[in-house]
Design a protein around this ligand. Structure first.
Ligand code: ZN
Length: 315
């Protein structure tokens, strides 16, 4: 690998495929990721033949690497990646099942490929170059339509026995609580997510408003919208406190679309986190901070993983 090599991260999402090309640093470890090019290609769809999705991924990679081949490609997928980083076992919004995606794309692209879960990629981006840079133990909580997450311990993204570590959204926080699409009740994401925010607003004002509309209202000072966001923020802090008890992180990074509302969400979350921690007056309460990277976090993290080399995943 030369110092100017281009590495590409591709986030294969439910509605679009986002590719980011990063230039490798001249000095390892001392750099800012320089996104030299990004591209977005529509996702052919969950029911499309896999060949169409493969072609779309190749098109996205070609678009961000017009002049030179990529030295490596990282694939970020919203699904269950096995612990070896070889197979995508299952993804609700993608057609592959138990598919050897890493090898397949390495053959198609003719370059080394890394395969990772999207939340793990986002967490990796934050510890290498983002809000948790230099922190050895951190949690990423991505509050979007639902909740995704990742665990970083001792500088490594933890994969778990089956690659499923960090799926925080379906932890039960309310026994016999609201029903969840997963079939259980009282899951955290029923109280802390974009959908939860919409539900709280619907109950309060009797009309449907989407997340950005609620955020705009709250920024303009609307009390009901602010209270709805604060409710979601409080649940964020309560759930985070449980995770802090389990993992003892230094920093809790909050990403995902809902986090764009900023302190209207994070301040209630910080209060609830502190109030829900045992021994709160006798310990350092972890910082709860916004993620640096937005919707492109998965692609950037995948590119950074690729830059790290094709070897052992979960670094
Ligand atoms: Zn659930």
């Amino acid at each position: 690998m030369t110092s100017s090599a281009i590495h590409v991260g591709v986030d294969v999402g439910g509605t679009k495929i986002l590719a980011v090309a990063l230039r490798a640093p001249a000095v390892a470890g001392a750099w800012e990721p320089e996104a030299v090019r990004t591209a977005t290609v529509p996702m052919p769809g969950r029911l499309a033949p896999t060949a169409e999705i493969e072609a779309a991924v190749l098109a996205a990679v070609a678009e961000v690497c017009p002049d030179e081949p990529a030295a490596g490609v990282g694939l970020s997928v919203a699904g269950l990646v096995d612990a070896a980083g070889e197979h995508l076992r299952f993804a609700a919004h993608l057609p592959w099942r138990a598919a050897p995606l890493r090898r397949r794309f390495a053959e198609l692209l003719g370059t080394p490929v890394r395969l990772e879960n999207d939340a793990n990629c986002a967490a990796y981006a934050e510890i290498v170059a983002g809000a948790a840079r230099g922190v050895s133990s951190a949690l990423l909580i991505a509050v979007g339509t639902g909740i995704g997450g990742a665990v970083v311990l001792d500088g490594r993204v933890v994969r778990g026995a089956q690659g499923g570590a960090g799926e925080f959204g379906h932890m039960q926080v309310v026994p016999d609580g609201l029903p969840c699409e997963c079939g259980l009740r009282g899951c955290w994401e029923q109280y802390c997510s974009g959908r939860a925010l919409e539900r709280v607003m619907r109950v309060a004002v009797g009309a449907h408003l989407d997340g950005p509309e609620v955020a705009a209202l709250a920024r303009s000072g609307d009390r009901v919208a602010r209270e709805a966001i604060a409710s979601v923020g409080t649940w964020l802090g309560v759930g985070a406190a449980g995770l802090v008890s389990a993992f003892d992180p230094e920093t809790v990074v909050v990403g995902g679309g809902v986090s764009a509302v900023g302190d209207l969400l994070l301040e209630p979350a910080r209060r609830a986190l502190r109030d829900s921690l045992q021994g709160k007056d006798f310990r350092t309460v972890p910082a709860l901070v916004p993620a640096r990277f937005g919707p492109e976090a998965g692609a950037i993290g995948a590119a950074l993983y690729s830059l790290d080399g094709p070897g052992t995943p979960a670094g």
